[in-house]
Design a binder for this molecule. Structure first.
Ligand code: URA
Length: 487
């Protein structure tokens, strides 16, 4: 990508995402007061050793670079715009005299940086969502190959994600600029490929199509939103995409048929379950007067809890689950609709997100104890649906009695507060979770409380790339929990 330039200094980087090379050159340039106009940035992949002929860093020159800038630059360098290298150096140059520059959202350079980061994150997310592997070879030669066309230079940055997700498979992802290959033990990043190098069809295509046909819900079809999420340019490499026009065309009819099949009376199994889990408790048998020496005994007592009015409408008490000698206790807010029916914590949509992230963080759910700050489902009926309603301070306080008993019996090494309600219950006061996330607070009784968000927060985020970013942050928190568990 050599370009004609009148600049006094030409920096040649060894690859499009040679951040180490960029940083080294930028330091040398900035400490020698070489202004951005005097520098041209080039990428010369085949140039062999990089001889940039730049002056060495000046030891007497002070260059303070905010950490935040380095992290953001590492993302932005993956953008395909050739101007990104000079933009990043211009920002570094300006930061010397404008230390607050990164927080000036209206600055054109900052706006450009933000737009680049966003585009890279979005591309990373799209690659995670739309890579489709095709099987080649049999037995010991079996491997999975995918062709993908990213907009930016994201293959290397995304490769670890695929290693974690598909550790047990041997796979290669080919793209026009780079390829990633995992042989089950070692990740190798290689040169780009051509579409014809990747296989076209395999048996898994049919499986994808069936899967897609089944998850397609005509009543929720929003063509614009769907095309935003799965832009047309990705369709050509997605086996299920050939179904989309046909499914959209038939959506109206299918939706009417679905509505016609919907039940017209409240689900009878709710009432049945409720009857099974009562008899309704009588005043005086809220549990305080009886003692329990084990978690199963405590769980039995809690069945009759009426410490607050929530028991009246809920199906049953949803008590904590997990080994009595667990190292760590996770505390959620309150059971949701599915937990209320199943009688188990975290088995619904938030539970599924929670489980998959725990799994990725190498925390075995069956080895930890999972419970809620409030043990009954609080909801508002809306038509036939029961809509989650946040427990109030009185309900949290009333139910804290059970949580304290659980912690007293289990004596965990660490308690993880999933969200604001759990934190309020565990710390006895409201705390700003987004600010304090990742902190460990030691209570007066010695219990260590790790603060993080509730997994349902991830579910509520609409923008896919923001959702993915939040999932990664939560995964990071869970990895920290994993480290703290044994400490
Ligand atoms: N949300 C919670 O806080 N707890 C559950 O058990 C399920 C969803």
């Amino acid at each position: 990508m050599a370009q004609f330039t009148l600049a006094n200094h030409v920096v040649r980087l060894a690859s499009e995402i040679d951040f180490v090379g960029w940083r080294d050159a930028a330091r040398r340039l900035a400490t020698n007061d070489i202004s951005p106009q005097d520098v041209a940035w080039q990428v010369e992949i085949d140039a062999g050793s990089r001889d940039n002929d730049l002056p060495a860093c000046r030891a007497d020159a002070r260059l303070v670079v905010p950490r935040d800038f380095i992290e953001r630059a590492e993302t932005a360098i993956c953008h395909a715009d050739p101007e990104r290298l000079s933009l990043l150096y211009r920002l570094l140059w300006r930061l010397r005299d404008e230390p607050k520059l990164l927080s000036i959202a209206t600055d054109p350079d900052i706006r450009r940086l933000e737009a680049m980061e966003k585009a890279v994150r979005r591309d990373i997310h799209k690659m995670r969502a739309f890579v489709r592997f095709r099987k080649i070879g049999q037995g010991a030669d079996e491997r999975y190959v995918a062709w993908f066309e990213p907009e930016h230079f994201i293959v290397e940055r995304n490769a670890d994600f695929f290693v974690r997700r598909f550790t047990g498979m041997r796979w290669t992802i080919m793209t026009p600029n780079a390829s990633a290959d995992w042989d089950g033990e070692r990740l190798a990043i290689g040169p780009g490929a051509e579409k014809r190098d990747a296989p076209d069809e395999d048996g898994a295509e049919a499986l994808w199509r069936t899967y897609f046909e089944n998850i397609f819900n005509p009543a929720r079809l929003k063509v614009k939103a769907m095309q935003k999420e799965m832009p047309k340019k990705y369709w050509r490499n997605l086996p299920e995409a050939s179904l989309i026009p046909h499914l959209i065309a038939g959506a109206d009819k299918a939706a009417s048929a679905m509505i016609a099949r919907m039940p017209t009376t409240p689900a009878p199994h709710h009432a049945k379950l409720q009857a099974k889990h009562w008899p309704a408790p009588q005043p005086g048998d809220a549990g305080e007067t009886e003692s329990a020496d084990t978690i199963p005994e405590l769980r039995d007592l809690a069945k009759g809890c009426h410490r607050c009015p929530l028991w009246r409408d809920a199906t049953q008490t949803v008590f904590g689950e997990g080994p009595e000698n667990a190292d760590v206790v996770f505390v959620g807010e309150q059971p949701g609709d599915q937990e209320d029916l199943a009688g188990k914590p975290f088995v619904g949509p938030a539970g599924k997100v929670f489980d998959s992230i725990l799994d990725e963080a190498d925390i075995a759910r069956h080895k930890v104890y999972v419970t809620n700050a409030v043990k009954h489902f609080k909801f508002e009926p809306r038509g036939k649906r029961r809509i989650h309603s946040k427990p109030n301070a009185g309900e949290i306080q009333a139910c804290r009695w059970w949580l304290d008993k659980e912690l007293g019996l289990i004596k965990p090494n660490l308690v993880v507060a999933l969200g604001a309600t759990a934190a309020q219950s565990l710390l006895g006061k409201a705390v700003p979770i987004t600010k304090m996330r990742g902190d460990v607070i030691e209570r007066e009784d010695g219990v260590r409380v790790f603060l993080t968000i509730h997994p349902s927060f991830i579910l509520r985020i609409r923008e896919q790339e923001d959702k993915e970013a939040e999932r990664e942050r939560f995964l990071k928190d869970m990895r920290k929990v994993r480290e703290l568990m044994g400490a």
